[in-house]
Ligand binder design. Structure first.
Ligand SMILES: Cc1cc2nc3c(=O)[nH]c(=O)nc-3n(C[C@H](O)[C@H](O)[C@H](O)COP(=O)(O)OP(=O)(O)OC[C@H]3O[C@@H](n4cnc5c(N)ncnc54)[C@H](O)[C@@H]3O)c2cc1C
Length: 438
């Protein structure tokens, strides 16, 4: 059996099922032209991915293998692999990935080895075989099934590196093509890359505080592992093993979030139309380019929303609580189409994941499967007063507000009635906007 090991959302050697099969293999990574051609040269994610692809190549070399790195259209690159028996990859359920993989499966036998998520999409079903559309029963069933799941570290098998019997296809890092970002047309961005196991270790020391503190913006109480889960630079099973090895610690709230991630991918698998269409209600917001621009430039005059957008633009990250507040403000106070907000986040989030992003936006807009009720509109001022009382988060991202007393930054009337140098007045009056939205 001669296999292509296609690394996609699993950029690591450790605990990777792809490396458990053995035999004659060719490990590959494809910088997908379909995706990359739409991105700006300074896309932060490409810096992150490139760093990990280079590391993966070096780690594979340490076990006698190598990584062939391509730039192009996957369906064209796979034409060169006709001498192989199959391709194996970790699961990916968004519409682009499914279409891409379906095309390739017509050229070469295609097999998913479940790695990206805890459960396969048809593993957690109701007793009548139907999928769950509500989170809590899904969670209960998934949680009950977990102890019987094998989460042991996968063993790396013996391999032979397949000889390349194809020519005329360019590889990054071979011949005259340097192993550099500029070889694929991108520039290196200044982003912080922290070893995921270090993040996990640090997080586990404070996991008991996760439930109480995760929403407080200046506390650093969450794991920051979403980008690693997105690109598989840490194994989900390694996280689960670490959680279950803790004696007496409060692991359930964190575990619940991991299951949430599975649930969103599961919904995408079972209801593909969710990616672009409302599940509930036909209302799609009101298109308004001016309001959209103001939001994207962090100029709404609502401090917590602007601070979040600033964090996003500067780092590619945004605290979960602020994502919720910002998405509610976008869809309810500004009445903009959730699809616009989703695209804006998609173009900047380092941890961008189609299922988590789309369904979180649909949750905020009240249009998705198991969404928050349409009449629940976050009050951004009460949210910041509660979760950023001293305005440390707000001031970190909006230096123009550094000299304003925290209490005024949670006070809509103050912000509407006073002029602050280099900071706009709120674009809407929250109570009126919320009433209109409902
Ligand atoms: C509007 C909006 C858009 C979002 N877009 C994305 C996205 O594109 N990619 C993404 O990974 N998450 C997204 N989330 C979910 C969440 O904000 C991030 O997963 C979280 O902020 C990542 O930080 P963390 O790793 O410190 O999370 P932790 O609190 O440490 O959580 C652990 C892990 O659980 C998962 N998780 C946590 N919260 C959620 C959630 N609400 N939904 C799904 N998975 C969750 C993530 O993989 C996360 O790494 C979005 C949330 C909202 C409200």
């Amino acid at each position: 059996m001669k296999r292509i090991l296609w690394f996609t959302r699993d950029l690591r050697v450790e605990d990777n099922p792809l490396l458990s099969l053995g035999g004659e293999v060719l490990p590959i990574f494809i910088f997908d032209e379909h995706i990359l051609k739409k991105l700006p040269q300074n896309d932060k994610r490409v810096t992150f991915i490139f760093y990990h692809v280079v590391k993966l190549k070096s780690d594979l070399q340490k076990i006698g293998l190598d990584l062939k790195i391509f730039y192009g259209k996957p369906e064209e690159i796979f034409e060169y692999f006709s001498g192989f028996d199959e391709v194996v990859a970790s699961g990916d359920y968004d519409s682009y990935a499914r279409e891409r993989d379906a095309k390739i499966s017509r050229m070469l036998h295609f097999r998913y080895l479940n790695d990206t998520y805890i459960f396969k999409p048809k593993e957690v079903l109701k007793d009548n075989g139907e999928p769950y559309f509500v989170f809590t029963p899904f969670y209960k069933k998934a949680r009950a099934a977990l102890p019987s799941k094998n989460i042991d570290e996968v063993k790396i098998a013996e391999h032979i590196l397949a000889k390349e019997d194809y020519k005329g296809i360019q590889k990054i890092g071979e011949g005259r093509v340097a192993l550099e970002l500029k070889s694929i047309g991108f520039v290196k961005e200044n982003i912080e890359i922290v070893t995921p196991h270090v993040k996990l270790e640090e997080f586990l020391k404070k996991i008991d505080a996760y439930k109480e503190m995760r929403d407080y913006l200046a506390t650093n109480a969450t794991s920051c592992l979403s980008v690693d889960l997105r690109f598989g630079t840490i194994s989900m099973r390694a996280i689960l093993r670490a959680l279950f090895s803790l004696k007496g610690a409060e692991i359930e709230p964190f575990f619940r979030q991991l299951i949430f991630r599975d649930f969103y991918a599961y919904l995408f698998f079972h209801i593909p139309t969710l990616e672009t269409k409302n599940y509930k209600y036909s209302f799609n917001g009101i298109e308004d380019n001016e309001k959209f621009k103001v939001f994207c430039e962090a100029k709404t005059g609502v401090p917590i929303v602007d601070a979040g957008v600033r964090e996003l633009l500067d780092t590619g990250g945004m605290h979960n609580r602020v994502r919720m507040v910002a998405a509610s403000f976008f869809t309810k106070d500004l009445l903009l189409p959730w699809q616009w907000g989703e695209r804006f986040f998609a173009s900047h989030l380092l941890d961008y994941d189609s299922a988590s992003n789309v369904l979180s936006w649909q949750w905020s807009a009240g249009t998705g499967v198991d969404p928050q009720p349409y009449f629940r509109v976050f009050n951004p001022y009460l949210q910041s007063k509660k979760f950023d009382k001293e305005a440390l988060y707000i001031k970190k991202w909006l230096p123009a507000l550094a000299h304003i007393a925290p209490k005024f930054l949670h006070d809509e009337a103050y912000l509407l009635n006073n002029t602050i140098a280099e900071y706009p007045k709120p674009i809407v009056v929250h109570k009126e906007a919320a009433k209109k939205a409902v």
